[in-house]
Write a protein that binds this ligand. Sequence first.
Ligand code: NAP
Ligand code: GLV
Ligand code: GLV
Length: 321
Amino acid sequence: MSKPYVYITRQVPEQLVEPYREIANIGMWKHDDLPVDQETLEKEMAEADGIVTMLSDKVNEEILQKAKRLKVIANLAVGYDNLDLKVIENRGIVATNTPDVLTEATADLTFALLLATGRRLIEADQFVRQGKWKQWSPFLLAGSEMNQKNIGIVGMGRIGEAVARRAKGFGMEILYHNRTKKEEAEKELAAQFCSFEELLEKSDFVVCLTPLTDETKGLFNKDAFERMKQTAIFINVSRGAVVDEEALYDALVSGQIRAAGLDVFQQEPVDPNHPLLSLNQVVCLPHIGSASEETREAMIKLCLDNVTSVLQGKPPVTPIR
Ligand code: NAP
Ligand code: GLV
Ligand code: GLV
């Protein structure tokens, strides 16, 4: 029997792919830093038995019409808002994501963003490089400290809990909001469950780590920012569309909240002329939550394990539902 064909929509290191070539013929897009073009994707969709997709690939009804042989889609991300799951399920295709392997790396990045925004690290770095450091002074670039502050985690899942563990080590009080209570986290981390509104009102740092869904789209709107403390710092490592970016901009400019740390944007890559990028009190990152070498390797292997399992008639390792 001939081997199944698998396509990866980005170039990934050959040494990670090589062990799987025994099981499948594997093709990949020729660039590691550019998305696959539509024409190639359509052609590959028509031929592939399995595909590894990036979070920047939109897998919708239109593209799936080409997928005559496709049995499995492995998304190289834990979030899967780029996949139209209804259409995928209707076509009997298995979809998988990469939970757990990226939890600690993403929690590190979230906490780094919290510290960078709270203690104004990027502004401070630029201050030194731009030759503005003329003398030491008591309140030069003074920011917000972590100790004894309330961190409010909206979306207390795998990553949210890993952030909470870090926050505990920094002496923070932990508040959280989910649709369901997490008794374990409450015991282990002394985390307090709050309504969304209560969390916004009480938190010094508001951290969003929910998936993007119909329910969370635009969750952080004008009303949400108005409820926050004037000293509040907002951190988003979820998806850009959970935030009304205009409302966030207005809240920052009017001093309704103090600062924001953003790893994700509504439009990615973000336009360098985006109004939020003109503000010193915003720290912005290019969606690098899980971007450690160790984690990216683990994510790629997990995708290939998922694809090859399904193509060998075994259950997927980490199915989405
Ligand atoms: P997870 O374990 O599924 O956690 C998500 C949490 O969000 C759950 O605790 C869930 O609890 C809560 N939630 C879902 N809908 C909600 C709603 N409407 N209101 C309030 N809370 C809600 O997922 P994870 O592995 O921690 O990942 C979370 C998300 O982070 C991903 O979906 C992805 O979008 C994002 N992410 C971003 C990066 C990055 O590079 N920036 C990296 C990894 C992940 P309930 O079901 O009880 O509500
Ligand atoms: C990254 O954003 C992910 O969802 O894994
Ligand atoms: C600061 O450098 C101090 O010594 O307090």
